[in-house]
Design a binder for this molecule. Structure first.
Ligand SMILES: *[C@@H]1O[C@H](CO)[C@@H](O)[C@H](O)[C@H]1NC(C)=O
Ligand SMILES: *[C@@H]1O[C@H](CO)[C@@H](O)[C@H](O)[C@H]1NC(C)=O
Ligand SMILES: *[C@@H]1O[C@H](CO)[C@@H](O)[C@H](O)[C@H]1NC(C)=O
Ligand SMILES: *[C@@H]1O[C@H](CO)[C@@H](O)[C@H](O)[C@H]1NC(C)=O
Ligand SMILES: *[C@@H]1O[C@H](CO)[C@@H](O)[C@H](O)[C@H]1NC(C)=O
Length: 230
C-alpha cells in the first residue's frame, strides 16, 4: 500500500469517526452519559469486559453497543444483545429520552422491569427477551405510544398482564410468552389497533379473545402470545 493510500485511509477513518462522534472532549454534564454509566454499574457480571470501554476517559458517543445521533447529539439505540451480562435496569434509564431501540436480549438481566422505562417516549423497539426479569409487567408501559415491537419472550414475569398495553396504537409485534403471568388474557388484547395475533393453534380476529382460556395461561408453552406483522 502506498503512502497516499494510507493517508486516504486515515483521512476516511477520521471523517467517519468525526461524523458519528463529533465531540472530542468528554461531557460529564450530559444526563445521558450518567445514565449509561448507571446502566454499566447496574451490571454485576460482564465476563468478557464488553462494557470496559464505557469509561470516563472517552466521550460516550464513541462507546460500543450504542448509537449516537450526531444531529441531536443524543443516544438513539442501545444494543447489549447476547453479551452474557448479569444485572438489572437502573431507574436512570429514563434519562435517555431519545432512545428508539433498546435490546438487552439474551443475557441474565433480573429484578423488575422498572416503570421508568415508560419515560422513554421515543422507544419503538424494546427487546428484553431471554433474560430472567421477574416481578410484574409495569402497566404504564402503555405510555410508550411509539412502541412497535415489544419482545419479552422467556422471562420470569409474574402477576397479571396489564390490560393497558392494548392502548399502544402502533404496537405490531408482541411476544409475552415464556413467563409466569397469572389470570386470564385481558379482553382488551382483542383490540390492539395494529396487531395481528398468530399464536400456535389460535387465531384471534374477534374483539374478545375468550378462546384463550385460563387453562392455556397455566401452560408455559402456550402463554406465547406470539404476534407479528412485518
Ligand atoms: C432500530 O432498529 C431498526 C431495526 O433493526 C433499524 O432499522 C433502525 O435503524 C434502528 N434505529 C436506530 C436509531 O438505531
Ligand atoms: C458468552 O458465553 C459463552 C459460553 O461461555 C461464550 O461461548 C461466548 O463467547 C460468550 N460471549 C460473550 C460476548 O462474552
Ligand atoms: C427478583 O429477582 C431478584 C434477584 O434475583 C430477587 O432479589 C427478587 O426478590 C426477585 N423478586 C421477585 C418479585 O421475585
Ligand atoms: C409508572 O408508574 C410508576 C409507579 O406506578 C411511577 O413511579 C412512574 O413514575 C410511572 N411512570 C410514568 C412514565 O408515568
Ligand atoms: C429479540 O432478540 C432476539 C435475540 O437477538 C431475537 O432472536 C429476536 O428476533 C428479537 N425479537 C424481535 C421481535 O426482533
Amino acid at each position: 500500500m502506498s503512502v497516499l493510500h494510507l493517508l486516504f485511509l486515515l483521512l476516511s477513518l477520521i471523517t467517519i469517526s468525526f461524523l458519528h462522534c463529533p465531540i472530542t472532549v468528554t461531557s460529564h454534564s450530559v444526563p445521558e452519559y450518567h445514565a449509561l454509566l448507571a446502566l454499566k454499574s447496574s451490571i454485576t457480571s460482564d465476563p468478557s469486559s464488553s462494557l470496559q470501554p464505557w469509561s470516563s476517559s472517552t466521550h460516550h458517543c464513541s462507546w460500543p453497543f450504542i448509537t449516537f445521533d450526531p444531529t441531536t447529539l443524543s443516544i438513539t439505540a442501545i444494543d447489549l444483545t447476547n453479551l452474557n451480562l448479569t444485572g438489572s435496569i437502573p431507574l436512570s434509564i429514563r434519562h435517555l429520552p431519545n432512545l428508539v431501540n433498546l435490546s438487552l436480549a439474551v443475557n441474565s438481566f433480573s429484578n423488575n422491569i422498572p416503570p421508568d422505562v415508560a419515560h422513554l417516549s421515543n422507544l419503538r423497539y424494546l427487546n428484553l427477551s431471554n433474560n430472567v426479569f421477574n416481578g410484574s409487567l409495569p402497566s404504564n408501559l402503555s405510555l410508550l405510544q411509539n412502541l412497535q415491537i415489544l419482545d419479552l419472550y422467556n422471562n420470569n414475569l409474574i402477576e397479571a398482564l396489564p390490560a393497558d398495553l392494548a392502548g399502544i396504537p402502533v404496537l405490531r409485534h408482541l411476544h409475552l410468552g415464556g413467563s409466569f403471568f397469572s389470570g386470564s388474557i385481558p379482553s382488551e388484547y382483542g383490540q390492539f389497533p395494529a396487531l395481528e395475533y398468530r399464536t400456535p393453534g389460535v387465531t384471534i380476529t374477534s374483539t374478545v379473545p375468550s378462546v384463550l382460556s385460563h387453562s392455556l395461561m397455566s401452560d408455559r408453552s402456550f402463554i406465547a402470545i406470539g404476534c407479528h406483522i412485518s
